[in-house]
Design a protein around this ligand. Structure first.
Ligand code: ARG
Length: 262
């Protein structure tokens, strides 16, 4: 190929790229499953990230997703599903985004892409007040049964072997929702619940006789899951998140639900 031909091809490619960029920045067709909508999957029993207020799902994730949808000119539709079906649903093209206080993990990255991180979490241990479990080591070493929400990182960590910092499958009881695990703790069916710190605080505040161990278990980044084949939506959501970060919207939403500790 002569250098002129190469140049022509390069120019055409640049023009095509510029064109597709322009298409991204305006409302682009076919970026989401249903024209004009952004379908978000969550599991809405995870305060303050997502929870019901009457019939409406509200919380940090709901508000951030709403702000993202507004930026993209899309109507946000929230679907409340079981947490362990979110990744598969994003992967199979049922939902545009999975937004559920979801931790970025290596194994989930095999199935979906994650947007940039918009929040962080820490795994916490909830026990009954006065429990003989006073730290994580006691929990891991004893015969205790641990309640978790099925498919969460708390589940994954706890289900791993003792050598890997868990208690092993046999000592883990899985529940569909975080608060079901908390109910099991209150009735003495499990000895502890491992769950993200902010929901842990919310559950402890809402129920008498529970307390959170001081020792944090693992730190994590939260992001939204998007289908691996939808680079366009990933770029668009990341662009919106960057703007919402820069203008202080993300911070405002998070501090509204999680007041800075004084
Ligand atoms: N951060 C944990 C995880 O990604 C728990 C998330 C649970 N979220 C929910 N909406 N129930 O596994």
């Amino acid at each position: 190929m002569n250098s002129f031909a190469k140049k022509v091809i390069a120019t055409v490619l640049t023009a095509a790229m510029a064109f597709s960029f322009a298409a991204c920045s305006t409302k682009s067709e076919g970026m989401t499953i249903e024209e004009g909508k952004l379908i978000m999957a969550t599991n809405a029993f995870f305060p303050p990230y997502e929870y019901y207020e009457g019939e409406t799902i509200t919380g940090i994730d709901a508000e951030i997703a709403q702000a993202v949808a507004d930026k993209l000119g899309l109507e946000l539709v929230i679907e409340d599903v079981s947490f362990d079906s979110i990744i598969a649903g994003v992967q199979s093209g049922k939902y545009d985004i999975g937004c559920a206080g979801m931790t970025v993990t290596e194994s989930r990255l095999q199935s979906v892409n994650f947007t940039s991180t918009y929040a962080t979490g820490i795994q916490s241990v909830i026990v009954a007040e006065g429990s003989e479990i006073t730290d994580v080591d006691t929990l891991l070493a004893g015969d205790y049964i641990v309640g978790v929400q099925s498919g969460t990182t708390g589940d994954i960590y706890m289900s791993s072997s003792v050598e890997d910092g868990g208690v092993g499958e046999d000592r883990v009881d899985r529940y569909a929702r975080g608060n079901d695990a908390v109910v099991a703790l209150m009735s003495g069916k499990v000895d502890a619940v491992v769950i993200d710190n902010e929901p842990a605080k919310a559950f402890v505040a809402a129920n008498e006789g529970l307390t959170i161990l001081d020792t944090a278990y693992a730190e994590e980044d939260y992001a939204m899951a998007i289908n691996k084949d939808n680079q366009e939506l990933l770029d668009a959501v990341n662009g919106a998140l960057a703007e919402l970060e820069a203008d202080g919207t993300l911070d405002a939403i998070i501090t509204k639900y999680i007041p800075a500790e004084s």
